[in-house]
Design a protein. Structure first.
Length: 84
């Protein structure tokens, strides 16, 4: 598995919170790769940040998502990734 931090995008109409992607027109809700899991949503920081788990199968993710190791995730959010 791969782990990413992704800023959150809040839909102005519905209020739904999704991982963010940045495009030519600005930020919008990303379409995460199949099999992506949101391990947590950090609401203590601004903007909110998702910790995402993505299958390591060559799938591409938005360039704005920040790749992290399991150790880095657990350093920032202790116990998020079990057994690592």
């Amino acid at each position: 598995m791969l782990y990413y931090y992704a800023d959150a995008y809040t839909d102005p109409d519905s209020g739904q919170i999704d991982p963010q992607q940045i495009g030519p027109g600005g930020p919008y809700a990303a379409d995460p790769p199949l099999g992506t899991s949101a391990l947590l949503l950090d609401r203590e920081r601004e903007p909110f940040r998702f910790v995402l788990q993505v299958p390591d199968n060559g799938t591409s993710v938005p360039p704005s998502w920040e790749l992290k190791t399991a150790e880095e995730v657990n350093a920032d959010y202790p116990g998020t990734i079990g057994g690592e």
